[in-house]
Design a protein around this ligand. Structure first.
Ligand SMILES: [Fe+2]
Length: 334
């Protein structure tokens, strides 16, 4: 940690084409809608089997929490109403049959909940580092809806295209058969090897936490914890909401996975949001340097800082030029 905390990036003051706001929405009120209860257990990356070197590249050694409550009963009702209003906007990709991304450009309620300072502060305490709501708006308030075909998994085994996120049930998991959220008590390398060899995952390492009701969630370092959402065994309604965060200390390597987002989000939106996010990151890195200015003879270190920034910008330009060549990554249905 550098000690410098990035200035939050405001939500864009214009919307991408094709995104219009819902009408007659509930108004988000943190006092009435939040009921945050802290998780009792937190698994570390070391407990999943990651090495010290791998953990050193992450902003925190936290991996995944036990289930904890986020929304009050009133908050759950408002979130469910919002999610149902957004259901006509579902799209599909190679991993997920029905999801809504960019709902924060359509729903003021969803945007305000996902950017709520009180919620962000609580989650920062849980994972041990200061967080900010994700600076790519399409990584806020992602909604998964059950596939229309019974039995089809909601989402395959995968790691996330961001670092920190929570998965919260919007519908009541007790009212449906199946639809469990599961994570793997192992590393992503282990799962990649099993998946490449066509072998099943070790069933003794699959954890399906008991979700007591809607409004409950799990917080995870999503790019390090392999997880999935199982299909329903009978027809029913299953909706979950995933909200993304970035570490507020921008000295950690950026983890945007723009190559993946370009494949699942509207291309103009993905490229524009990524450009905006990386401009923010560059600005904040310069601000951090200005903030820590001190007279020195070490011109090598000074030069290195500019080279690092130049490398970051060159890598961003390369990502933008090469977008569209990747494939959607996942580990299959296991
Ligand atoms: Fe995920």
């Amino acid at each position: 940690m550098t000690g410098y905390l990035a200035t939050p990036l405001a939500f864009p003051n214009s919307s991408p084409s094709g995104f219009t706001m819902l009408e007659d929405e509930p108004q988000f009120d943190p006092v009435r809608h939040l009921q945050i209860e802290y998780p009792t257990d937190v698994l570390s990356l070391a407990e999943l089997g990651y090495s010290d070197e791998e953990i050193a590249e992450c902003p925190t050694d936290f991996a995944v929490t036990s289930i904890f409550r986020i929304l009050s009963d009133e908050g759950i009702a408002a979130m469910l109403e919002t999610a149902r209003k957004l259901e006509p906007f579902t799209t599909s990709n190679a991993r997920i049959a029905r999801n809504v991304r960019g709902g924060v450009y359509r729903s003021r309620f969803l945007r305000d909940l996902c950017q709520c300072e009180e919620l962000t502060e609580s989650l920062s305490k849980i994972c041990g580092i200061p967080l900010l709501p994700h600076t790519l708006p399409h990584q806020l308030g992602h909604l998964n809806y059950n596939p229309l075909e019974v039995g089809e998994n909601v989402d395959k085994w995968h790691v996330d295209t961001l670092r920190i996120d929570f998965v919260m049930f919007v519908t009541d998991p007790k009212l449906v058969a199946g639809g469990e959220f599961e994570y793997y008590r192992g590393t992503k390398h282990e799962v990649a090897q099993l998946s490449a060899a066509g072998e099943p995952l070790d069933s003794s390492k699959i954890v399906a936490p008991d979700m007591p009701g809607p409004g409950y969630a799990v917080l995870q370092q999503g790019n390090m914890v392999v997880h999935r959402a199982k299909g329903l065994r009978e027809a029913g309604e299953r909706i979950t909401m995933v909200n993304g965060y970035v570490p507020r200390d921008i000295s950690f390597p950026d983890f945007s996975r723009f190559d993946q987002l370009y494949l699942v989000d509207p291309k103009d939106v993905a490229a524009s949001e990524y450009t905006r996010h990386m401009s923010w990151m560059a600005r904040e890195r310069l601000s951090a340097d200005l903030d820590s200015f001190a007279f020195s003879e070490d011109k090598e270190a000074m030069a290195e800082k500019f080279e690092q920034l130049a490398d970051l910008m060159a890598a961003t330009a390369k990502d933008l030029r090469e977008a569209g060549r990747a494939k959607v990554e996942h580990f299959g249905d296991g």
